[in-house]
Design a protein around this ligand. Sequence first.
Ligand SMILES: C=C(OP(=O)(O)O)C(=O)O
Ligand SMILES: [Mg+2]
Length: 458
Amino acid sequence: MHEHGYTGHIDAAHQGHYISHPETHPVAIERVTARQILDSRGYPTVSVTLHLHDGMQVSASAPAGASTGAYEAVELRDDGPSYSGRSVHRAVAGVETEISPVLAGRHWTTLRELDDALRALDGTENLTRLGANAVVAVSIAAARAFAHASEVPLHVWLARVTDSAQRLPVPHFNVLNGGAHAANPLEFQEFMIAPVGAADEAAAVEAGAEIYHALAARVKARFHTAGLGDEGGFAPDIASPEEAMELLVQAIQDAGYTPGLNDVAIAIDPAANGFYEREGKYKIAGKLLGRDQLVDYYIKLLDEYPLRSIEDGFAEDDHAGWKLLYDAVGDRTQLVGDDLYVTDPRRISDGARNHYSNAALIKPNQIGTVSSTLDAIATARRLGMQSMVSHRSGETTDAFIADLVVGTGTGQIKSGAPARGERVVKYNRLLDIELDNKSLPYGLELAPTHAPEVALEP
Ligand SMILES: C=C(OP(=O)(O)O)C(=O)O
Ligand SMILES: [Mg+2]
C-alpha cells in the first residue's frame, strides 16, 4: 500500500485554496447509483450517476493510469488496491451502499463540503478504502450537479468558483507513444505536438489532425506499420528519442506547418520512472546516463528541436536530478511534474519551494476529488507555476477535463492523439465550448517559459 507519502514541511501560506463562492446554488441528491464499465484499454472502471432531487441525472466515470506515480491516490480493484486491470465491483458497491446514503437527503451548498464528506467517509489519506476511482467519479458528477443547479455550463461554473479567467487551451497531441504505453523499445513515453501559434482552438485541432495524418504516412512508409499505443499515437520500432523528434519535425513540415516554439512546438513526457535504473542512473537507447549526462541530453534536444516542455524528466524521488535540470534550463523551458507532484497541493508547494520544476500536471484521479484538483491549480498559480490539465492513458468518454481546463484558464491540455473516441471527445468538447463562446481567448496562459515568481523562504 502506498502512502500519500509527503514528508516535507507543509506551509499553509504557500498553498492555494480555490475560492468556493457561496452564491452557487445548492444541490440535493436523492441517491447515487454505480456500475462497472470498460475503459479504453478494455479494463473495468467505475461509472456513477447522481439522481438529483429535481429529476435530473448527472454521470461521470473514472480514468486509469498505467505509468502511475507511487504517491497517487489509490484505486480500489477487486484483487486489492492499485492498478491491475481487474474488476471494480467492490468500488461500485461502495458507491451504492456507503456513499449514496451519506450524500442523499441533504442540501449541499458547496462542492468542497461534499468532497470533504467523501474524504471523511473514506477515512484514509489516499482514498484506499472506498477507492479513488469511486470517489473521483462521484466528485466529478457532483461538480456537474452544481453547474446544473446554477444553470450554467460546467466550465462557467468552474471559472466562477475559482475566480478564474476562462481560456481555450493549447492542445498537446501525443502522436508517438513509447514507455509503458507501447510495446516498442522507445524509452520516452510521449511525443506531443502543440500548435501554440494557432489562431483558435478549431485551427489548433485541425492542425493536430493534419500533422497526425502526415506522420501516419511517414510511419507506414518507414516502418511498414501503423500500430498504436494506448493514447492513440503511433508506436513503431523507433530506436531513439532523436529519431522520434526528427519524425515529428518532418510531419509538421509535410502538413504545411512550421516547427517552432511560436508555431507548432514539441512537448515530451519521458516519464523517467520508466527508465530509471538505480543510484541516479537512467538507461536510454542502450546507454546508461548519470544525472549530469541526462541533463546534457535534454539540453541537446532543446538546442536541436522546437521543444517547449519536458514532463517527468527525472524519476519521482530523484529530487537531485530535478534540481539539476531546473537550474540548467528552468528559465528557458517548461518542466512539468507529474509523478513528482501527483496533483497534490502540498507536493506542488514543496516543488516550488525547492525549485524542482516550473509547472505541474493536473490529473483529477491522482488526488481523488475535484476540490483538491482545483486547490492544486490554485497552488501552482499562486507560486508562479504553470498547470497542464491531463487525461490518463486508460480513458472513458467522459470529457470533464475539457471543461476543467477552460474553466480554470490554465491554457494547456494533453488528451492523447487527435484520433480514437475517448481522446477526441475532449478535443471536440473544446470545439463546442469555443463555438458557444467566440470571445474566449486561445493559447498559453503566460509566456511559455518562466521560473516561479514568488520569493520563497529557504
Ligand atoms: C498520461 C500519462 O500516463 P498514465 O495515465 O499512464 O499515468 C502520463 O504519464 O502523463
Ligand atoms: Mg506523465
